[in-house]
Design a protein around this ligand. Structure first.
Ligand code: C5P
Length: 234
């Protein structure tokens, strides 16, 4: 078991593995020994499944990002299976409702926590109107779903770097993991509203999710190390 796994502290960076399984091992070798965890999302999970997650969780802090959203009994059963995989954090949609969320905190441990997704950053006011949401302001909707999750015992959230400061102020002991992070001068790729790693940390982010600025860098190890250095000096 690695040093990342013996502590309940999360690594400062989760590297997003938005890639095929074949590309994972070389990247893990390249980043070996750095204090990073790995985010496994739907693309890799639906290709390689739970076995890969369990294997990787033996040596690394894993963020399993499957955004559960179903009836309470189904989500609770699925969440219990995920807890058994050894991952550190996993996502659920706050929009699944209070009853779905309320059953989850009992499954948490020192080294396993749920993160609620509020409003996907791809959603605009017109999308919320399309869903029949009466208040179509995305920020209000984020706040509403944040309150719902918090009131049902959820203390971890995935949120944009622009949301994290306000939410962290409302729940200072909470866990806030933020994607949409770009080192100064890096390509934005398809991200629109971004912050630098240090800005995100200073706004209250517990850990950052960073994909392409590391995985597609000419030297991924140097890119990851530079980000970790920035964070540790901030
Ligand atoms: O490569 P990049 O750093 O943009 O990757 C960010 C990761 O975080 C991707 O896996 C993406 O799906 C995820 N994410 C995001 N924005 C959100 C939620 C998740 O970029 N609002």
């Amino acid at each position: 078991m690695s040093s990342q796994q013996t502590s309940s502290a999360l690594p400062p960076v989760f590297v997003a593995l938005d890639m095929n399984e074949g590309a994972v091992s070389p990247l893990l070798g390249t980043l070996d020994g750095l204090n990073v965890g790995y985010k496994i999302g739907m693309e890799l999970f639906y290709q390689s499944g739970a076995d890969l997650v369990r294997r990787m969780a033996q040596d690394h802090a894993i963020f399993l990002d499957l955004k559960l959203h179903d009836i309470p009994n189904t989500v609770q059963s699925a969440a219990a299976r995920i807890a058994d995989m050894g991952v550190r954090v996993t996502t659920v949609h706050a929009a699944g409702g209070g009853a779905m969320l309320a059953g989850l905190p009992a499954l948490e441990r020192d080294d396993f926590q749920f993160l609620a997704v509020t409003v996907l950053t791809s959603m605009k006011a017109e999308d919320l109107r399309g869903l029949g949401v009466s208040d179509d302001n995305p920020q209000n909707r984020v706040q509403h779903l944040f309150n719902l999750a918090r009131d049902n015992g959820i203390t971890g959230f995935i949120c944009s770097p622009l949301e994290v400061e306000g939410l962290h102020a409302e729940l200072p002991g909470g866990t806030f993991i933020t994607p949409g992070v770009r080192p100064a001068g890096a390509s934005l790729d398809d991200q629109n509203r971004v912050a630098t790693p240090l800005q995100a940390k200073q706004s209250g982010a517990t850990s950052l999710v960073i994909g392409r600025p590391i995985t597609r860098a000419p030297d991924p190890r140097a890119a990851a190390q530079a980000i970790l250095d920035t964070l540790s000096h901030g």
